[in-house]
Design a protein. Sequence first.
Length: 178
Amino acid sequence: MKLGVVFPQTEIGEDPSAIRDYAQAAEGAGYNHLLAYDHVLGAARERFAEGRRVPYTDTSQFHEPFVLFAYLAGLTQRLEMVSGVVILPQRQTALVAKQAAALDLLSGGRLRLGVGVGWNETEYEALGENFHDRGQRIVEQIEVMRRLWTEPLVTFQGKWHQIDRMAIAPLPVQRPIP
């Protein structure tokens, strides 16, 4: 059985040494992975319907997962980094594939990439992405990322992605990244 810990994203604050200490303590205690959540932006509570309970707002701190994981990978030896989840349709697919490949390579294959569509329409709006086609887009995004991680040269023609004989390099250790 593998056990992990959830990174206390909104509680841990900004002190790099506290973040380091948490990850190293988790690894020292024998946990296999550390899971961190993703949100690029937080909205003011009044942006949501009256009485709607929202899990985070504009004051909630979310460390960017790829940067956080790169920092922690350099400070740990075996702790696996797990995203729970990167809201993929808010991001450029090839850039996420490149960031994930670099993190996987530099951590020695310790990345597990969870992706999802998210729920917060205001975040999509602020990032200039379409909230309403996010489910369809993520299917294509996953296919593109898997191909970029496993093929030396990719040609892909989809509804949202047009790639003509392109590649990312270096490739990740895990092909594809789980």
